[in-house]
Design a protein around this ligand. Sequence first.
Ligand code: ADP
Length: 257
Amino acid sequence: MALERGSARRQGYVDSGELERVNRIRRDFVANVSHELKTPATSLKLLAESLEQAIEEDPEQARLFAAQLRKETERLARLITDLLDLARLESEERSEYPEIVDLRGVVMSVLARMRRVAREKGIELRWKRFGRASEYTVRGDETQLASMLTNLVDNAVKYTQPGGRVEVTGGCANGEVFIRVSDTGIGIPPDKLPRIFERFYRVDKARSKATGGTGLGLSIVKHVAENHGGRVTVESVPGEGSTFTVYLPRASGRQEG
Ligand code: ADP
């Protein structure tokens, strides 16, 4: 875990207050993770017991328990994957990536994957590009960038009611490439906005859980953007929708090295 610049580690000297703060953050994180893992583990056990009982007595009910068991298992698997991704991202210093990535191509493949989910929910998913396709070049890790954009589009679809719209826009300005994901969904109250990038923070825990959320998606988005020398911003109006924008430094089109 990184110590804040300047105050903590100066010529071998470690401030005890700073150390205590870092230890507290670490303890809170372990407590949070334990809690987040324990809840699905408990419901898996209960569902398995209910399934065992129902198999003889009520096969129809047993089928329902089996479906719930699968859903909870999927969420637990997603939680573990997200935790591992986040741990990897947090252990990396800001990286120097040699690879040039066409961010527009990454957006296209993310949208191709998300289209079916959006259609099933009755949500229109649109893409609008500004500028030339060749301008969307950044230095980075394609897998991480795809995960960042998938989280943003997935959230937009998840937190928008059927009949709504999700629009992904891209462009280049001031030496940066930006990708903007706007939705006409439920929005986020202004007092909650500063906290949504924290690990495990959810505005509405029940809704997040019902939609299979892990509470880690936006932390992953922020880490990927920052590891690439970029940033992410959010604007939202409750009841009208949200707009998340990722800005990354633009790389010249040629691969070096
Ligand atoms: P989750 O797995 O719960 O979606 P995230 O870290 O991706 O976790 O997001 C944190 C919280 O921010 C969500 O629980 C939700 O309350 C809110 N949120 C994220 N994206 C949106 C959005 N597009 N519209 C409304 N709320 C959102």
